[in-house]
Design a protein around this ligand. Structure first.
Ligand SMILES: [Zn+2]
Length: 375
């Protein structure tokens, strides 16, 4: 994807390109901003711009997307451009410490851990680029983060490390202090809507409007969802279920927990498929799949609660779930504002707990029991 196709981050990208042209990139960058707004795709494009073989593009801080280097990066095979993502081992989903450094007494893994690899000259390109996504806890824990710190403190000249985070407050402060912060922004509603008509022209107007609302400024998320009918179907099933089981009752709570259980097991609802585990060869376990899907599902529930709150305050002008407006209005009058506020808080708390490896089914039951006010 050329830089010009990344929507809503013009200033950030102009800044990055200027840094390449002027040779002021530095060795460590922290890309931060909301989820789904283009941090990772920009990081990969930036890695191409740093390593592209085409002189004319390079002179502008750009990349050609067709040379050998660009191609290898697109396929994830460039030996000097590496992406580090969490893998699940021993019940924890983290960037493994042995991907960052070799533990004492053990032999190095292949490919070499980041710290040892950084000491070698680039094999193909000009710059070794290491991208860590996400670079915040719980995905990047203290031990791996501290090992990374040594490279950040004395970076070899040919190395650029990009830390990606939608929660910069959860990045180890010692890492943040070594990085140049690069901010990514949410896009205005119009920009999201335009991006949808360009990238997903087959989606009908009502659906496009609903996706734009739910995207809340995240262009990448909106396009991914619009191009994946399974995600839309999942969202509709969940919204329909919530609308028919609200407002309260123990039976409704258990039913909604069960529905979320079933929806979370469907691998195809993943927003970002194909992110291979850095560890073992076999595919993700059912628990891993469910854990990955859960944030999206809980975001749908949160968007519904947010809309209910807005309606109950008498301002239904900026609903996220525009296609459910009538039903949301009808329910909003039945639940008190205080209960809705508690509900929204519980939803965010559950998301965090599940991210920190809490039992998914127990968390879901507890969530629904609490927000449907089952005493
Ligand atoms: Zn190129």
């Amino acid at each position: 994807m050329p830089f010009s196709d990344i929507i809503g981050q013009d200033n950030t990208i102009a800044w990055l390109q200027r840094a390449i042209v002027e040779g002021t990139v530095g060795h460590a960058l922290l890309f931060y901003g909301p989820e789904g707004c283009g941090k990772k795709v920009t990081a990969m494009s930036f890695a191409k711009a740093l390593n592209c073989l085409d002189e004319a593009h390079r002179a502008k801080g750009d990349f050609c997307d067709v040379c050998r280097a660009c191609n290898l990066i697109n396929r994830g095979n460039h030996p000097d451009v590496r992406l580090f993502t969490p893998a699940t081992t021993g019940g924890k989903t983290v960037i493994p410490i042995d991907a960052i450094r070799t533990k004492s007494g053990e032999s190095p893994t292949h490919p070499l851990p980041l710290r040892e690899d950084a000491q070698l000259k680039p094999m193909e390109g000009r710059t070794k680029v290491y991208i860590l996504d996400p670079a915040n806890r719980p995905g990047l824990q203290e031990d791996a983060g501290n090992s990374l710190l040594l490279t950040l403190e004395e970076p070899p000249n040919h190395v650029v490390i990009i830390l990606i985070s939608s929660r910069p407050n959860s990045v180890l402060p010692t890492l943040v202090s070594r990085c140049r912060p690069v901010r990514f922004n949410l896009s205005p509603r119009d920009a999201v809507r335009n991006a949808l008509s360009t990238n997903a022209p087959d989606v009908d107007d009502i659906t496009a409007e609903a996706i734009t609302g739910m995207a809340a400024g995240r262009v990448g998320w909106a396009i991914a969802v619009a191009q994946n009918p399974a995600v839309l179907k999942t969202r509709q099933e969940l919204m329909d279920a919530i609308m028919s089981y609200l407002p309260r009752g123990r039976r409704s709570a258990l039913k909604l927990a069960k529905i979320m259980h079933d929806l979370s097991s469907a691998a195809e609802i993943l927003i970002e498929p194909g992110e291979e585990e850095t560890g073992g060869k076999k595919g993700p376990s059912e628990d891993q799949i469910r854990r990955r899907n859960m944030p999206e599902l809980l975001d749908i529930v949160a968007s519904c609660w947010r809309d209910l709150m807005i309606c109950s305050m008498g301002e239904p002008t900026s609903l996220l779930n525009t296609d459910y407006e009538d039903r949301i209005r009808a329910i909003a009058g039945i639940i008190s504002q205080a209960d809705l506020r508690t509900g929204l808080h519980e939803i965010m708390r559950t998301k965090l707990h599940i991210e920190r490896n809490a039992n998914i089914d127990l968390s879901l039951e507890r969530l629904w029991m609490t927000i449907l006010c089952v005493k």
